[in-house]
Design a binder for this molecule. Structure first.
Ligand SMILES: Nc1ncnc2c1ncn2[C@@H]1O[C@H](COP(=O)(O)OP(=O)(O)OP(=O)(O)O)[C@@H](O)[C@H]1O
Ligand SMILES: [Mg+2]
Length: 411
């Protein structure tokens, strides 16, 4: 991204099969500053015309979505160094981290936490499945990649679905247009594996797998190879979660099994129904698990992550401000290049450097010192003043000489 870019990626958060995710700093008029997330498509996919066309189309649709349980896409851009999508930054954990807890001990994630998180995710999915365009026509969105890494739980206790629609651009059943395996087949529905037409019920199945894993600490389709996983999704007998975790009530067992029905016609018919059933089971625990309560639980259970996130936000903001203070407006230096923050804040920093920055440093052709700029500016102004003074003196002398000459002639 260029120095003039509104978004300056500063810290890489994650590297997926399709893109790099960076925490970035957004600048705007009137001192606006904000942390956002920039998802930059990997270079090898940018040459794939079908992928890029579909990515832009899906991103355009995703940007129309606005719901508390769906991450907000704020911008999609293409600049010299690539194609990227800008999203709201979510301070929190993804469901992989929650799952890691459940894998250690299936009772470590309280069932009401799982129920509320998945009811929120189902609500976000259902909203997107039902979304219509400005002419009232259904958008027909299906997520296609409902996995633990694409669901986040914020430290404020809200669950959000990420990456809406991107999977479609990446191709069916987790395979890119180029043929590389991208997604995790463990969360694919049978119809996705068979590459049949998909509708919202495919996402219900995938969410059912996530639910199963959180309740039992294990995937129902775990296998040694992708082919083994696909085989398991299509044919392996699924035991109700209660068989592994006796805390799971019977009605939750039934719900999970209905979400995992291989025949879409026998499955829970839509994500809205799944949400309602999850809420009704949650009611049996005598709580709604409000966001305030969810947030308290997450901040307590993931206190290290919470502290680390706060420190990271602080560091990124300081870096960006420091970079701005030292960047010259017309320079080709990226803002994130010139960093000077207190030492302890820099220890784990990953600085994203614009390619042109390193060459500038190597050739020694550019000074990043603001004093250097000021001094250079003052030097050139002084030359101008002196030239103007000399010109004025010469003009006055010429006028005086002319007057003297005319006076002598007249006399
Ligand atoms: N808006 C966001 N705010 C905060 N963290 C985010 C945001 N978007 C993504 N992340 C983090 O980045 C991780 C995911 O990165 P990414 O989507 O590139 O990989 P993936 O989900 O594993 O793969 P893919 O999406 O390509 O299937 C998320 O699990 C989350 O931890
Ligand atoms: Mg993702």
């Amino acid at each position: 991204m260029s120095a003039q870019s509104t978004y300056q990626p500063i810290h890489r958060i994650a590297m997926g099969g399709m893109a790099e995710v960076h925490l970035a700093y957004q600048r705007g008029l009137g001192g606006l500053e904000k942390l956002v997330v920039v998802k930059r498509i990997l270079p090898h996919l940018e040459g794939d015309v079908t992928f890029v066309t579909m990515f832009l189309e899906e991103a355009r649709l995703a940007a129309q979505l606005s719901h508390p349980n769906v991450v907000n896409v704020v911008d999609v851009r293409r600049e010299d160094d690539g194609l990227y999508m800008v999203m709201e930054y979510l301070a929190g954990i993804d469901l992989r981290q929650l799952l890691a807890l459940a894998k250690g001990d299936e009772r470590s994630v309280p069932i009401p936490v799982t129920l509320r998180a998945l009811a929120d995710a189902a609500d976000g999915l259902h909203y997107a499945h039902c979304a219509r365009d400005s002419h009232g026509q259904p958008l027909g969105l299906v997520h296609r990649d409902v996995t633990p890494s694409n669901i986040m739980l914020t430290f404020e206790g809200v669950t959000k679905v990420l990456d809406f629609g991107i999977a479609k651009a990446a191709g069916p059943a987790g395979v890119t247009q180029g043929g590389t395996v991208r997604g995790q087949f463990t969360y694919c529905s049978p119809e996705q594996i068979e590459q049949r037409p998909l509708d919202a019920r495919s996402d219900v199945f995938s969410l059912g797998v996530v639910l199963y894993e959180l309740l039992t600490g294990a995937s129902p389709f775990v296998a040694e190879s992708p082919a083994g996983v696909m085989q398991a999704v299509m044919h392996r007998q699924i035991f109700p979660p209660g068989a592994m975790n006796s805390d799971v009530p019977v009605e939750l067992d039934d719900l999970v099994m209905r979400a995992l029905a291989r025949d879409p016609a026998a499955r829970i018919s839509n994500a809205g129904e799944l949400r309602d059933r999850l809420y009704s089971i949650l009611g049996g625990y005598g709580t709604t698990m409000s966001p305030a309560r969810m947030g308290r639980w997450i901040r307590e259970r993931f206190s290290d992550e919470w502290r680390a996130a706060q420190k990271l936000e602080q560091r990124v903001t300081l870096q960006a401000r420091a970079g701005e203070a030292t960047a010259r407006p017309s320079s080709h230096l990226s803002v994130s290049a010139s960093i000077s923050t207190p030492g302890d804040l820099l220890d784990t920093t990953q600085v994203t450097t614009h390619p042109s920055v390193s060459s500038a440093f190597e050739s020694g052709s550019d000074s990043i010192s603001p004093l250097g700029d000021v001094a250079a500016g003052r030097g050139s102004n002084l030359t101008l003043y002196m030239a103007a003074a000399v010109a004025a003196t010469v003009s006055i002398l010429a006028v005086l000489a002319l007057a003297y000459f005319l006076g002598r002639t007249a006399g």
